[in-house]
Design a protein around this ligand. Structure first.
Ligand SMILES: [Zn+2]
Length: 158
């Protein structure tokens, strides 16, 4: 039986972002969607990492790379984790290039309370890039590059 109110119905997934429905779905799902990811969305798995489509994509071709276990903070990844995840990022990029001829993309990992991440489970977005999709708003700079380098080198020693 098809649940007509199921937010994960294909019809609801297609333009949930565009129609402003996504936030309501994300807030009411009540579980970690990445820990509960259905196999039908998974492209491939390797070394406890998953390459999956985004269930509520921003743009055609968006895929995600995430660890199978629930990790929220980048610092909780081991070096082995990072390398294994990176292999799947490369796989994802290669597949998008081959299948959709996507040449431009951003690889985005969001971290922190206002960074825009709605699923806490750590994930890289491989986001096909078209002009205007992602607009970076340049900010007024108050720390010179030399000062920043000096301060960060100093912080290395703390
Ligand atoms: Zn999770």
């Amino acid at each position: 039986m098809v649940d007509r109110d199921d937010p994960f119905r294909t019809k609801n997934q297609l333009n949930a972002r565009l129609e402003g429905k996504y936030h309501n779905i994300a807030e009411n799902v009540g579980k970690c969607v990445f820990c509960d990811l259905r196999d039908k969305y998974v492209v491939t798995k390797q070394d406890q990492w998953i390459l999956t489509v985004n269930i509520f994509p921003y743009i055609d071709g968006q895929v995600l790379v995430l660890p199978e276990r629930h990790i929220e903070n980048y610092h909780d990844l081991t070096n082995e984790d990072v390398l294994a995840g990176h292999e799947l990022v490369k796989t994802g990029i290669g597949l998008l290039q081959r299948e959709l001829e996507i040449e431009n993309y951003w690889i985005i990992l969001r971290q922190g309370p206002i960074a825009g991440k709605t699923v806490s489970h750590l994930h890289w977005n491989i986001m096909p890039y078209i002009e205007g999709l992602n607009t970076w708003h340049f900010q007024e700079i108050s720390i010179t590059p030399l000062d920043l380098a000096e301060r960060l080198r100093g912080a290395l020693e703390k």
